[in-house]
Ligand binder design. Structure first.
Ligand SMILES: NC(=O)c1ccc[n+]([C@@H]2O[C@H](COP(=O)([O-])OP(=O)(O)OC[C@H]3O[C@@H](n4cnc5c(N)ncnc54)[C@H](O)[C@@H]3O)[C@@H](O)[C@H]2O)c1
Length: 391
């Protein structure tokens, strides 16, 4: 099997997810285009880089991402750092002729995203692939939903509602990590999780053209976490810890119009006690509806309302499996179920197939740039209270 060398920059939560995905991709997918070889891991914290090298079997580790970009033996770069450094790393990697899979949101600002987009467009001319980590659109149930929508069985789509609700920052003692600082994150809940919900909605209903939004920050300051990976609220800091202001949003809500003519809403918060990774989708059409929640990600609920008899109308549950998108390559029986690890492997497989085929995946940097523009429009609308057109 052909081999391709991987450089990973940023060895936290997503660094682990990418490594697990690279490892599993050729095991889960018999037609995997290549075998990823763990060449170099880079993290600004030397102990983290060293730990990853040992546990995942990288040949080398370093603390300066330029060492990854300047290595001619590396063909693929995973960018898993906080958002504000995505642009310089990803653009440098693309300019050096390396395929790039970068975590979302694509960048901390639209200007940074534009730099990445330009580099990706140029690199694409030479067959270089860019991809952003919007993996939730690749959940088999979501791709099945897309098939059903495109088949016309739901009629004309009138409304697409999505939510992404978490609770890990609801406690004011949850530390101020890079995710609560505009300079590193760009925005709060908006870029962190609302972007996933928006991506799913746009995947199914087309791009958002107009929106009006409300953005709120409920906890104005938090105890400071000094460096390292974001602990996502798993560690609480005591009352004596130094506090600093939060300058990003805790919660975002928007009403929107899609280019398809549908309307809808997106809500996201990291402060919903009782909710963990609660991504929901509700699609209503003139003939039927779809409903889905990530916490039961293998189940797609479909109601073919106009086709059902009076008194028998309701949702039926499809347990996704071999007959559904990606089902031939994960597990053999519906109900055996997949989770986050397999989902990131599906994403990696799509990345690998795009590299092999010389085409851009649906979540290429063009998509990431457009989504960052939606985020810009959300913040603009929240400031003025007015409807805003997405550029
Ligand atoms: N797709 C998803 O579901 C998903 C989930 C979580 C996070 N993310 C995204 O992944 C990215 C990383 O988030 P995370 O949760 O893994 O963060 P994290 O805090 O767990 O890890 C980030 C790592 O990057 C390192 N780092 C920081 N600056 C660096 C630099 N200049 N060079 C090298 N290493 C550097 C840090 O030391 C840390 O180890 C973010 O863009 C985030 O939005 C995506």
């Amino acid at each position: 099997m052909k081999k391709m060398n991987v450089g990973l920059v940023g060895a936290g939560f997503m660094g682990k997810a990418h490594c697990v995905a690279y490892s599993n991709m050729p095991k889960l997918f018999p037609d995997a285009p290549f075998f990823p070889v763990f060449k170099t891991v880079c993290d600004i914290v030397p102990e983290i880089a060293e730990d990853f090298k040992e546990r995942f079997g990288f040949e080398k580790c370093c603390t300066d991402w330029h060492d990854v970009i300047n290595d001619p033996d590396i063909q693929i770069v995973s960018v898993c750092t906080p958002n504000n450094v995505h642009a310089e790393i990803a653009a440098a990697a693309l300019n050096a002729g390396k395929h790039v899979i970068c975590e979302k949101p694509m960048a901390a600002t639209v200007d940074q995203a534009k730099i990445m987009f330009d580099a990706a467009e140029e690199a694409a001319k030479k067959g270089i692939v860019s991809m952003v980590g919007y993996q939730y659109r690749r959940v088999p149930a979501i791709d099945e939903a897309k098939k059903i929508i495109e088949s016309g069985r739901l009629g004309e789509i009138t409304n697409v509602r999505t939510q992404y609700l978490q609770s890990w920052s609801a406690d004011p003692a949850s530390p101020l990590s890079w995710r609560f600082v505009k300079a590193t994150a760009g925005s709060g809940t908006l870029g962190d999780i609302a972007t996933h919900a928006i991506d799913i909605a746009q995947y199914l209903a087309g791009n958002i053209t107009d929106l009006v939004s409300i953005v709120k920050t409920y906890i104005p300051e938090r105890p400071v976490q000094e460096g390292g990976v974001d602990l996502l609220g798993t560690v609480k800091l005591g009352p004596d810890a130094r506090k600093e202001p939060v300058d990003v949003d805790d919660e975002v809500s928007l009403l929107c119009k899609y280019e398809s003519g549908a309307v809808g809403s997106v809500e996201a918060t990291r402060m919903a006690w009782g909710r963990n990774n609660y991504i929901t989708l509700e699609v209503h059409g003139t003939r039927g509806s779809i409903s889905w929640c990530y916490e039961r990600l293998n189940e797609l609920n479909v109601c073919y309302g106009m086709d059902d008899q009076d008194g028998e109308r309701g949702f039926k549950v499809i347990y996704t499996g071999p007959a559904n998108p990606h089902g031939d390559v994960t597990w053999n029986i519906p109900g055996m179920n997949i989770g986050y690890g397999e989902l990131k492997a599906i994403e990696m497989y799509e990345f690998a197939k795009a590299i092999e085929g010389g085409y851009q995946p649906t979540t290429c940097f063009r998509t990431g740039y457009q989504l960052d523009k939606v985020c810009e429009a959300v913040l603009k609308s929240a400031e003025t209270g007015a409807w805003v057109k997405v550029d």
